[in-house]
Every structure is written in structure tokens, then in C-alpha cells.
Design a protein. Structure first.
Length: 313
């Protein structure tokens, strides 16, 4: 059959930019919250996702557990996806917004490496080069003491928090990459809503347990933080919806490339609303990570197009 064309040319890319903007604004709201732990913010985000997905599961009649042979994979997907969210939110709180955003964008590079390890996908010399470039960018942003010394300028707060945030952002990128590997393994046998449902339910359970262990479960003291919590849930959910719609009507390659505008939004919002100018180390690291992620996306896109042409022949 013929492929269904988008109703408006470039609509998928517009959805991608809108998604990146909503995610960036949600990150800015997270920076503005003063007395709420990142795990609690993640719990509220999971509640919003459950409220959105629940009617969809009933409408599409997917059930709440999914196929028996896929449940273990879905549980791992939920655990890794929610872990990536918690770690990313923590990095947003303890380090500059642009730095955390840039490090998280190394996810596509880690995905290629992990797909080679677990799915036996091709991993060429170009993939290795993009991986090394991304690692260089992360090092420029994290600036580990064994290379740059303990006295580092231009960071937000203490250097210890900056280093912890960098490690959390890297762990978030790796967890997100593992989530993508699981989704590739599961394929189209599981509805997208069911995948989000596992992500939200397991994330909420894990966050609640962690909050009681850390003794951090409490409502914000002021009304501003409560409003920001609601806005984070709404904007985060909106970003995920528009990203999903973009992937439905546009190829993954252009969407991955266009999604790098998230880095631009992070820099702009950090300068305008947080009064924190990024250092040249951050700018250099951002160029490295964005270049490697874009290169990985372009290469995968061209490879998929080539395979599609060969299959038609």
C-alpha cells in the first residue's frame, strides 16, 4: 500500500520543536522550585501521565498488564525510563540547566553502542567516532578534577554538586538509551499507551518508596511551588504528546536532528530567566554532543533509507 502523507509539510518537525520547547520550559520550572526533592517532582509527573493514559487504555482495550511474554520487558522499561527521569530531574536541580540538557543529549550515541552490544546491530567506525566526540563533550561540561583540577569557574553552586549532577545526567542518558533498546526489542507488539502506563506506574511506586526512605515526602510550603509542580506535569506531558505525534507523521532521523533545538532553548532560558551565562567549556561541550548526536541520527536515517530501497528492489 501507499504511505499516508502528512496533512501539512513540515508539521512533524513543528511538533518536534514545540515538544522541545515544552520540555525546556518544564525544566525551567523545575529550577524555580525551591524546596521540593527531584524524586517528588518525578512522582507528580507520573501521576499526570497515569491520568492521561488511563482513559486511552480503556478506549483501545489494551488491558493493564499487556501480553504475558512481554511483561518482564515492560517492567524493565518502566524501571529504566522512570530512573532516567529522576536522575535527569536531579541533575537539573544541582547544575546549570544547559549543562544537564546537553549531557542528556548524548543518549543517541549510547543507544548505538548498546544496540550493537544487545541487538547485534551494525557499529561502524563512524559510530565509534561519534561516541568519542560525545564523550569529549561530556568531559568538557563535567570537567572532572583529575583533568581540570578542583578549582573550576563558571559552575552553579559547589563543584561537588556539579560533579554529582554530571554523573546523574550521564546515568540518565544511559538509562534512556537502555529504554530505547527495550522498546526496539518489544517492537509494535505492545501499544504505546501500555508502555507509558508501565513507565508511570512503576515510576510512581519507585518514587513513593524512595521518598519514604529518604523522608522527603511533603507538600510544598508555598503556593508558588505547588503551581510549578502542576505546570511541570502539564508541560512534560504536553512535550511527550507532541513528540509522539511528530514520530507518527515524520521519520525518526529528521525528528532526532530537529530535537537538538532543545539545547538552544535551554541556553536561552538559562540566560533570560536564571541569569546564568554558560561558560565556553559548556558551549564547546554542547557543540561536540550536538554534532555527535546529529551525526548518529543522520547516519541511521540514511541507513534505514538504503535498506528500504533494497527491500523494494
Amino acid at each position: 500500500g501507499t504511505k499516508k502523507k502528512a496533512a501539512c509539510p513540515g508539521l512533524g518537525l513543528f511538533y518536534t520543536v514545540l515538544s522541545a520547547f515544552l520540555f525546556s520550559v518544564a525544566s525551567l520550572f523545575l529550577k524555580k522550585i525551591e524546596d521540593v526533592h527531584s524524586v517528588e517532582v518525578s512522582a507528580f509527573r507520573c501521576v499526570f501521565q497515569m491520568a492521561f493514559v488511563f482513559p486511552g487504555l480503556i478506549y483501545y482495550k489494551t488491558g493493564f498488564l499487556g501480553p504475558k511474554d512481554k511483561r518482564i520487558m515492560l517492567v524493565f522499561r518502566g524501571f529504566l525510563g522512570s530512573s532516567a527521569m529522576v536522575l535527569l530531574y536531579y541533575s537539573y536541580q544541582v547544575m546549570p540547566l544547559a549543562d544537564a540538557t546537553v549531557i542528556s543529549f548524548s543518549c543517541p550515541v549510547f543507544t548505538s553502542l548498546l544496540a550493537w552490544i544487545f541487538l547485534k546491530e551494525k557499529y561502524s567506525i563512524w559510530d565509534l567516532l561519534f561516541t568519542l566526540i560525545a564523550i569529549t563533550g561530556v568531559i568538557l561540561i563535567a570537567r572532572p578534577p583529575f583533568l581540570f583540577g578542583s578549582r573550576v569557574v563558571g559552575i552553579e553552586g559547589s563543584y561537588t554538586d556539579h560533579l554529582k549532577g554530571s554523573i546523574a545526567a550521564i546515568a540518565s542518558a544511559i538509562s534512556a538509551a537502555l529504554t530505547l533498546i527495550i522498546l526496539r526489542k518489544v517492537g509494535k507488539s505492545v501499544h504505546y499507551f501500555l508502555s507509558i502506563w508501565y513507565y508511570a506506574v512503576i515510576g510512581l511506586i519507585g518514587c513513593v518508596i524512595a521518598l519514604f526512605v529518604l523522608n522527603e515526602w511533603r507538600l510544598p510550603h508555598c503556593g508558588k511551588d505547588r503551581v510549578l509542580l502542576v505546570l511541570i506535569g502539564m508541560f512534560g506531558l504536553g512535550g511527550q504528546i507532541f513528540l509522539t505525534k511528530a514520530l507518527q507523521i515524520e521519520k525518526a532521523g529528521p525528528v532526532s536532528i530537529m530535537k537538538t533545538v532543545d539545547v538552544v532553548f535551554a541556553f536561552v532560558l538559562q540566560i533570560l530567566f536564571l541569569n546564568h551565562l554558560p561558560t565556553w567549556w559548556t558551549v564547546g561541550g554542547a557543540l561536540c554532543v550536538v554534532a555527535s548526536s546529529s551525526g548518529t541520527a543522520i547516519r541511521k536515517w540514511r541507513q534505514n533509507v538504503k535498506e528500504a530501497k533494497q527491500s523494494e528492489i
